[in-house]
Ligand binder design. Structure first.
Ligand code: ZN
Length: 78
């Protein structure tokens, strides 16, 4: 896979395709880049997902963090 391109792919190259950035389900898109040291991830649909759950949409809109901080722990199965 070529990862030197910095531009965001215009469309999913896979099936099923990811939910669009406009979708409420946008966070379930595939992860195409993950930079935990910088605190962000790039989803396949062009959404930048930040560590604090804030998001930057491809059209420039900013989604405020919507989950409380400090809930990193994995839920244990009951
Ligand atoms: Zn995709």
């Amino acid at each position: 896979m070529i990862t030197t391109e910095r531009k965001i792919p215009p469309m999913c190259q896979h099936q099923p395709t990811c939910p669009p950035a406009e979708s409420a389900d946008r966070e379930s898109a595939r992860l195409v880049a993950h930079h935990p040291e910088q605190g962000w991830s790039l989803l396949c649909n062009g959404v930048l997902l930040f560590e604090d759950t804030g998001e930057l949409l491809p059209d420039g809109r900013v989604i405020a963090p919507h989950r409380p901080l400090g809930v990193e722990q994995v839920m244990t199965a009951a």
